[in-house]
Design a protein around this ligand. Sequence first.
Ligand code: 13P
Ligand code: SF4
Length: 377
Amino acid sequence: MSIATEQPLPDIASYKSLENDELSVRIERVREAMGPELLILGHHYQQDEVIEHCDLRGDSYQLSQMAAENTDCKHIVFCGVHFMAETADILANRPEVFDKRGYRVSVTLPDMAAGCSMADMAGIEQVENCWADLGEVIDTDDITPVTYINSAASLKAFVGKHNGIVCTSSNAPAVLEWAFKRTSRVLFFPDQHLGRNTSLKMGITNDQMPVWDPYQLEMGGNTDAAIESSKVILWKGHCSVHQMFQAEHVEMFREQHPGINILVHPECPQEVNDIADISGSTGKIIEVIKHAEAGSSWAIGTELHLVNRLKKENAHLEIHFLSPVVCMCATMYRIDLAHLCWSLENLVYGTQVNAIHVDDEVSKWSLVALERMLKVK
Ligand code: 13P
Ligand code: SF4
């Protein structure tokens, strides 16, 4: 197999100057050379050029399952964002599989700047301070901490240690049910909208859901009474992409396209979720569109690249993007062909760049919470 032989490999800047066609050919050469040793995972929000080179694609829950289930590969290259690659590292290298394989699976994030602004809205110190403050007013043994998978591994470890669990947008209702079988309260971070939208469907009301602002010194900006009467304490975090969808966009589409179906992600604000026809993870959005009646019309409230792909792949449907403003995930978009090619060629030469390797202690406790998540669907 002839792959570029230049040694040492040039830096990312040189790859940036190459045309996409050349990058695509070189990426495929590496895939062919590495065969089943290499697993490229891609989230649905990735750009089409990148998704075409992925072995498997999925929503956050599916991607976690894929990383956990593949027992043949030696290297995972994750086309997604940082917390996803961390999760893949934890699951792919869990002791039970590691002992059988006898080697660590390497995990690479092609661009380390591919983070998630929502995940960054909750830091481990802030969460620990919140927990300590809550303990002054209510019994923390009676709170289940639930972290959305869109969070740093340290937060997953925190919930693992405190009898909590990780959720994704596809199993959040089942996770909250799991939690309420164990305790009478939940602390949900970092996405207030997913927490609120899911809880409302379970009959929990907004006055039972105080919002914890980590930048407020006293009780996250709440009275003791509000915390005492809470069912779900919501972290003040959000997705800057899904926050852009507004109820007025739904109304506008309904007015201009009578009969249109509104399909949104649960990271959208309550006002949008309340009036949408269907709400679900990216995996569910794809499933709904797959089974949609020919000729039906849809306005979809989620990241732009996924909606554009659905439009392209479903010419028999009328698909609109549910916002007049461009809502794309700038960090997901950082993974481009240049970064993918650069990281793959380095991998094949044994000079891994952008390795994601979660600290052992953090991995151990995160795994506890992630394994609970994988059992709840
Ligand atoms: P899902 O793909 O799990 O729906 O998550 C969407 C998202 O925002 C990922 O960051
Ligand atoms: Fe994070 Fe939102 Fe981007 Fe998902 S879409 S990775 S939640 S910023």
